[in-house]
Structure formats: C-alpha cells, structure tokens
Design a protein around this ligand. Structure first.
Ligand SMILES: Nc1ncnc2c1ncn2[C@@H]1O[C@H](COP(=O)(O)OP(=O)(O)OP(=O)(O)O)[C@@H](O)[C@H]1O
Length: 591
C-alpha cells in the first residue's frame, strides 16, 4: 500500500507529538530571529539614506528626518545580541526535537516490525523487503526523517509568516511597494515550487535500497562469490544498479541549476521595477532590502523542499515497513511455557505463500498427541517446514486451523505461544558472542547449571565451554555444533512442544542417536515434532506422516507403514540407494 504525503505527515506528527511543543518554541525563535535579521538590514539602510537626503547628497521628497546615528548603532548592538541568543535557542530546541523525534520514530518502528518477524524478511511480492534493504530503512532512512523536524518545519513556517508580515508592513507604509513586494515574492515562490522533487526522492531512495541489498548479499555470500569466481560479475551488477542513480542525479542537478538561474534573473528584473515605485527614497531602499531578505528566505525553502522530499521519501519507505500488515493478531489466552507436552493438531490446513502460483500445503490433517514423538517426512519442497512455520504463526493458515491443547492457536497470546513451542530450524544463525550469551537469548534467567544441562542433552558439553566465542553467525562452530547449540537453546526455552527441523542433519549416525537418546531421557513428557530427510531413525517415532506436494499421503506407526510398503517404504529405499551411491562415489565425507 502506498501512503499519500498527507498520510505520511500525519503519521510522523502522531508519533512525535511529545516534541511538538519544543518544535513550536524553535519556530518562534526562528521567526523572531529573522525579523531581527531584517531590521538589522533595514534600519541602518534607512538611516544612511535618510542622512544622505538630509545632507542633500541625494534628492527625495520624503525622509529628510534622519534618526540619530548613536541610537541606530545602539539598536544594532542590542538586536545583534538578541539575534544571536535567539539563534542559539532555535538550534537548541531544533536539535532537541530532532534527536527526540528520531528516538520516538525508532522505538515505534521497531515495535511495529518485531511482531511481523520473521515474515517481514521472507515476504514475497510487493511486500518483499530484503535484509539489506531493511537495514537501510532502519538506519539511513530513519535518520533522514530527522530533516523533516530539525530543518524543515520551522524554516517553512517562518518563510510563510515572516515575508507575509514584511509585505503587510511595507503595504501600510507604502502601498505601491507593498503590492510590488507581494508580486515579487509570489513569483519567486512559484518558480521555486517543485512538485517533481518528491517523485525524484522516492525513485532515488528505492534505487539506494536495491544497491544496499546487493552489497549485503555480496558480503553475506562472500564465500560463494569468491568460490564461484563471481567478483567481476557482482561488480558489474553493482555498476548497473549505480548508473541509473547517476543519471537521476545529473538530470536533477540540471533542473535545479536552471531554476536557480531563473530566480536570479527574476530578482534583477524585479529590483529595477521596484526602484521607481515611490518618490520617498529612504523608504524605497528600506523596502527593497526587506523584500530581498524575505526573498532569500523563500529561496532557502526551495532547497529545503528538496531535503523535505528526500525526508518524506525516506519516511515512505519506513512507513511501508511499519504498515506491511504481516503481524498476526495476538489472542488473549495464555499458555504456560513450562509443563508437560501439549497436543498439536493441524485440521484441514491449507496455505499459499503470497505470490506463489499454487498452495504449498493443502488439506493437511495431522494429530500429534501430548508427549508423542511424531516425524514428518517427504520429498524436498513438499511443505514440511511450512507446517512448522504455520504452527508458530510466522504466517496464518488460509484455511483450516491449528489446534494446541485442543484450542485454535490464534486464540493464544502470541508471546506465550512462542514460549511454549520451541523450534530448531534448518537455518541457524548464532549471535556473535559467547556460547552462554547465545543460550541465554532463549532463557535470560537460566543459571550456568541450566545451560550446562542443556548442552549435555545436545552432546555439546564436552566440545564447547560457556565462555567460548562462537564467531560471526556461529562461524567458529561446525555446522553440527551450531545445530546442537540451537537445540540447547530450544530446550532452555521450556519447549512443551519441540519442533526439530532436520536437527541431526549435520551429525554422524552415532552422535545423532546419542542426542536422540538424551533428549528422550531428559524430556520424556515433551511433544516432539521432527521434520526429517534422514529416515535411519524413523523407528524411534510413535507416528510418521509422509508429505508429497503439500499433502499428507500416508500416516501411521512406522512399523505399520513400512510393512504396507507404501510411500514411507519407497522413500526409505530411495534414501538407502542414494546413500549407497554416495558411498560408492566416495563423496560421503559429511558423515
Ligand atoms: N517464504 C516463502 N515464500 C514463498 N515460497 C516459499 C517460502 N518458503 C517456502 N516456500 C516454498 O514452499 C514450498 C515448500 O517449502 P518447505 O520449506 O515447506 O518445504 P520442505 O518440505 O520443508 O522442504 P525441504 O525438505 O527441502 O526443507 C517450496 O516450494 C518452497 O519453494
């Protein structure tokens, strides 16, 4: 969904309501500062010209009563000091507003996106936001919103109020000059209004997001890029993303240059028009200077317009993140995180990923009794992991329902649901800190003894120590160790239901069997839902479901299914044949 500019401004103001008062103070200080700035020009100019008239140096019908020079100098000293103080106050409050506004926006956006995780980084279609692009939105784009508060609101308001007041004053003293001044400012305003700036900023921020995404992918996949000798190709792709950005900027600079030239030309032309407007020279010259100062203000706002457009374009990207609408609504029923295993049941569940041409899960019925160990097997891409993600409400089912303890899981408070159901996924990414810190991510209050007990179940207690660093993404651990660290985390979480997605994929058969044995022994009551490719340990399960193309094609006890020689039997045979082939070709290095 695309927000309008009005929606964006309303959204930003609604988040930053607490800073509106200091923003008002900053704006008032700016207005007063600018009025003093104009008087600092106008008063001495008027005094000088009036003295020149009084001395007969120039001819004028009016203004022969010059103000005293010491009074003018005294006024300038006081006005300059007051102006400096007001400028200080304007900046003080402006920065206070900017940084407080940034804090408020960051907190709000993170509050909006946390519930949408992990769907938000794996969404498809027009809601897709890659992690690199997301990073740019959460850092660079949010920082750019600061411009809206710190450098836009006060200048724009003062650029409307101050010139209007000046024109009104000039019109009271000399109606002709007032009229001409109003026309001048109107012309300058019309020249400087630039409706294409926002569209330009939207395009450019989008292109920058794509660049950030490309760089993030290259850095994240650096091993693959180097391994497949793809550095040059990735560089070329980066240049291809950069070229349209350069063209955008060149075109934009040409437009801004032409506009600046037009404003300068208009300025000269209009000055000549203003000069003969009255026969009172001191008033004419003072009015010219006052209008010129206002002109600068309006012109300054044109530049701010560009910054404002960029700021709004950045706000648009952040808004879209906040409003992606991927957060499941939380229910109110509470699930205790600790206790005996819970029953789980997928009832007639169907699901299609946004943008997918067909359902990935269709009419799935699978009941897992409390405390059972059920294994879901099937060909790759048959929808096994999707079933687990639906259980955790990464996405909500399109049809049917998932029941936990006999109740639709959408009725449970989301946090309590995710505390009671722990998952060990295929893609494990450890934090770049110690083993202990990684484990405490799952259970902050766990004692060292709790951590060691969990490591024991995962057969990791003799391989790592709690204080060991795990490296970026867990790079200091082997694939199997990372997987077992994730298992230990899940166990610490409480996990009345444990979803183990390929959790022994990187382990040799003996180690995998030992992990299973300890898991059985340490958590005899937990409900375990295992997703597996490797069918060696299938007979450990109480129940097996076989999936194919999003459907459960067969389910029952492993012994019965193997005896029937149906889908499970054929999968197992194919698995054994594959293993034999691997052994013959000598590539079974992993096990
Ligand atoms: N975030 C996603 N967006 C779109 N399609 C997805 C997404 N995640 C998975 N899919 C698709 O859904 C289908 C089922 O994927 P899923 O991961 O559930 O299969 P799986 O049986 O667990 O596969 P494997 O055994 O290879 O892990 C696949 O075709 C996959 O491409």
């Amino acid at each position: 969904m695309e927000p309008t500019v009005k929606q964006l401004v309303t959204w930003l103001i609604s988040i930053t309501r607490p800073v509106l008062a200091p923003l008002g103070v900053s704006t008032l200080c700016r207005i007063a500062n600018q009025v003093l700035g104009i008087l600092l020009y106008v008063v001495p100019v008027y005094a000088l010209v009036a003295h020149a008239v009084a001395m007969g140096a120039v001819d004028s019908d009016g203004g022969a009563n010059p103000p005293s020079i010491p009074v003018v100098i005294g006024f300038m000293i006081v006005a300059a000091l007051a102006k400096a103080f007001l400028r200080y106050l304007e900046h003080y409050f402006g920065h206070l507003v900017a940084f407080k506004a940034l804090e408020l926006i960051r907190v709000r956006v993170f509050r909006d996106i946390y519930p949408q995780a992990p769907a938000i980084v794996s969404a498809t279609g027009n809601r897709a936001v890659g992690s690199g692009d997301m990073l740019t939105r959460l850092t660079r784009d949010i920082s750019q919103i600061e411009v809206f508060f710190a450098h836009t609101t006060a200048p724009v308001i003062s650029a409307i109020i101050v010139p209007t007041c000046v024109v009104a004053c000039v019109a009271v003293i000399a109606p002709w000059q007032g009229l001409i001044a109003a026309i001048i400012l109107l012309i300058v305003t019309l020249i400087t209004i630039d409706t294409s700036a926002y569209r330009f900023a939207v395009r450019v921020t989008g292109r920058r997001g794509a660049l950030a995404q490309h760089i993030t992918d290259s850095v994240g996949g650096v091993a693959e890029v180097i391994g497949y000798d793809a550095e040059q190709r990735r560089h070329r792709e980066l240049s291809e993303l950069e070229i349209p950005l350069q063209h955008d900027y060149v075109r934009r600079s040409a437009l801004v240059g032409a506009r600046t030239g037009a404003v300068a030309a208009a300025r000269l032309a209009v000055l000549f028009m203003l000069l003969p407007a009255t026969d009172n020279l001191p008033v004419t010259v003072a009015a010219m200077f006052a209008v010129l100062r206002c002109w600068d203000m309006v012109n300054e706002v044109a530049d701010l317009g560009n910054h404002l457009s960029q700021s709004l374009a950045a706000a648009r990207r952040v808004w879209m993140l906040s409003h992606a609408g991927l957060a499941p609504t939380s229910g109110s029923a509470q699930l205790a995180p600790h206790g005996p295993g819970l029953s789980v049941e997928w009832c007639d569940v169907s699901y299609t990923y946004v943008g997918s041409p067909r359902p990935v899960v269709t009419g799935v019925n699978l009941a897992v009794p409390a405390g059972a160990w059920v294994t879901v097997v099937g060909t790759t891409g048959s929808g096994k992991s999707t079933l687990a993600k639906l259980l955790l409400r990464y996405w909500d089912v399109d049809d049917g329902a998932v029941l936990i303890d006999g109740r639709d899981h959408r009725e449970y408070d989301l946090d309590s649901l995710r505390a009671a159901v722990a998952v060990v996924t295929q893609d494990i990414r450890a934090m770049n800190t110690t083993v202990a810190d990684n484990l405490r991510l799952a259970q902050p209050t766990a004692t060292d003894a709790d951590l060691l007990a969990a490591l024991w179940v995962a057969c990791l207690d003799e391989e790592v120590r709690l204080a060991d660093p795990v490296g970026e993404g867990g790079s200091a651990l082997s694939g199997g160790q990372r997987q077992r660290l994730s298992l230990a985390q899940a166990l610490l979480r409480g996990g009345r239901v444990l979803v183990l997605d390929e959790f022994t994929a990187h382990l040799n058969p003996a180690l995998a069997a030992e992990v299973r044995r300890r898991l059985h022994a340490a958590h005899p009551d937990a409900t375990i839902i295992e997703i597996a490719h490797d069918l060696d340990n299938i007979t450990d399960s109480t129940w097996v479901a076989v999936m194919d193309q999003g459907r459960i094609v067969e389910q029952g006890s492993p012994a019965d299914l193997l005896a029937e020689q149906g889908a499970l039997y054929h999968l197992q045979h194919r698995d054994q044949e594959d293993q034999e082939k691997e052994e013959v070709s000598g590539v079974s290095g992993m096990h």
